[in-house]
Design a protein around this ligand. Structure first.
Ligand SMILES: Nc1nc2c(ncn2[C@@H]2O[C@H](COP(=O)(O)OP(=O)(O)OP(=O)(O)O)[C@@H](O)[C@H]2O)c(=O)[nH]1
Ligand SMILES: [Mg+2]
Length: 440
């Protein structure tokens, strides 16, 4: 699914990650790669430019948070902007305490009737009493198709094959199920003499039924047309949410992004096959993570944010001026630990994996755990002036923390080493030193 978009985005990211330095030139190259990837995957040109302009602006203007490289930051900006385009988290909100009504919209063959069947089944399984209304009065066989689908999950269907007015059928269906069901799904026509007539009918159905939400069904394989199609429906009847179908086949995937961008509506579900259970709840962060080829991007983002918060200017000053306490050291360790787990996430990004030795990182994290428990067993005075720790105090601290005296001595040596280092050098070396310390 979505191979073209995925490959394009991933190769852009790979190239950025593989470049020696991230400067204005490489950021602009990255942005051009992104544009190409998006447009070639059927993302509407205007949307593609909007997204990439934002990525470029932010990448050039925003400073990478401490502990985060420029490369990582640029990738996470891309991630944020793509996720934002998709409208954030939160799917179809239905309450069992009332009668929820949804109307399906979409052109012929987009998958409305199939999706109606899938939704009816899904929500029945979730304990909703579901009724579906066959308000496609245009296509011969529409009612029979819906009945077959609904029968598979024991869902009741309202239909009136003698009535040709879709608005009347829809309203009547709602009346029939009101009070006895808590989810009513109205399937509508997609085929019509002309598009204008279809959009007019949708407007009237929605006006007559007054649903809680309209759900636009978009065929994920239609490419560039997705944008305009979604926009046309949205103008006729505001779209509350989107289902993108046929993402199991040859879909390039950009259409999903485009439909969402055109309407500002969230994608609720994606259809991944013809069978009744082939419906997936849509999660933008997971979707974008999959697109970019990163396992759990949400976790990465959270860690980038954490790293941002932790830095305390005053403490850094204290450390840099050589007046460091054990507490400062502890904070530094904590930060390193975060950096350690951050690195683990980064490993999943193509291009990064070779540069990291995960065993080393694991070891570093283990050492930090040991150091931390030792520091916590020190008194306030010992933390501020570790020089006062003599042999008997050392024994007490070891006992108190459940660690060996050797571990305590090692920590004190690290502390001294770091203090000396801070006195003789600044900045970059310090960071390197911090890393070496963690390796233990
Ligand atoms: N592979 C695949 N096929 C799908 C999916 N959703 C729907 N289809 C197929 O698409 C075709 C059209 O689906 P329908 O549900 O009849 O489409 P519709 O929007 O109701 O069409 P009209 O009633 O003519 O407006 C059918 O052959 C479905 O099996 C999907 O997620 N994946
Ligand atoms: Mg249909």
């Amino acid at each position: 699914m979505l191979d073209s978009l995925r490959e394009g985005l991933q190769s852009a990211v790979k190239r950025l990650v593989g470049s020696n330095v991230v400067d204005e030139k490489s950021i602009k190259e990255f942005v051009r790669d992104l544009q190409r990837a998006l447009i070639q995957s059927d993302v509407n040109v205007r949307i593609a430019l909007e997204v990439t302009d934002r990525v470029q602006k932010r990448a050039l203007e925003e400073k990478a948070p401490p502990g985060v490289t420029k490369k990582d930051q640029v990738v996470s900006i891309l991630y944020e902007e793509l996720a934002r385009l998709l409208g954030g988290e939160g799917g179809l909100q239905l309450s069992k305490d009332k009668t929820n009504v949804i109307v399906m919209l979409g052109v012929q063959g987009s998958g409305k009737t199939t999706t109606t069947g899938k939704l009816a089944r899904l929500y029945s399984k979730r304990g909703f009493k579901v009724g579906v209304v066959a308000a496609d009065t245009f296509r011969p066989g529409a009612v029979a198709q819906l009945k077959t689908l609904a029968a598979a999950s024991g869902v009741e269907v309202y239909s009136d094959e003698k009535e040709k007015d879709a608005v009347k059928v829809a309203k009547e269906g709602r009346k029939r199920f009101e009070g006895t069901k808590n989810l009513i799904i109205v399937d509508t026509a997609g085929r019509h003499k002309e598009e204008k007539g279809l959009l007019q009918e949708m407007k009237e159905v929605v006006g007559g039924v007054k649903p809680d939400a309209t759900v636009l069904v978009i065929d994920g394989t239609i490419g560039q047309q997705c944008y305009n199609q979604a926009l046309a429906f949205h103008q006729a009847a505001p779209v509350g949410g989107i289902v993108v179908t046929k993402l199991d086949g040859a879909a390039k995937g950009g259409g999903a992004l485009a439909a969402s961008a055109a309407t500002g509506a969230k994608i609720f579900f994606v259809g991944t096959g013809e069978r009744i259970d082939d419906l997936e709840e849509f999660a933008p962060t997971r979707f974008v993570g999959r697109l970019l080829g990163m396992g759990d991007l949400k976790a990465l983002m959270d860690m980038v944010k954490d790293a941002e918060v932790v830095v305390d200017e005053k403490m850094t000053q204290r450390v840099m001026s050589g007046k460091m306490t054990m507490n400062d050291l502890l904070v530094q360790f904590e930060q390193m630990k975060k950096f350690g787990s951050l690195k683990k996430v980064m490993e999943r990004i193509p291009g990064f994996s070779g540069q990291l030795d995960s065993k080393e990182l694991d070891k570093a994290e283990d050492r930090v755990k040991v150091y931390k428990s030792i520091i916590q067993s020190m008194t306030g005075d010992e933390k501020s002036n570790p020089e006062t720790i003599n042999a008997s105090r050392l024994r007490r601290i070891a006992r108190g923390s459940g660690r060996s005296e050797k571990d305590v001595r090692e920590l004190l040596a690290r502390y001294k080493q770091m203090k000396t280092l801070v006195k003789t050098s600044k900045g970059r070396e310090l960071r390197q030193m911090m890393r070496r310390m963690g390796e233990g």
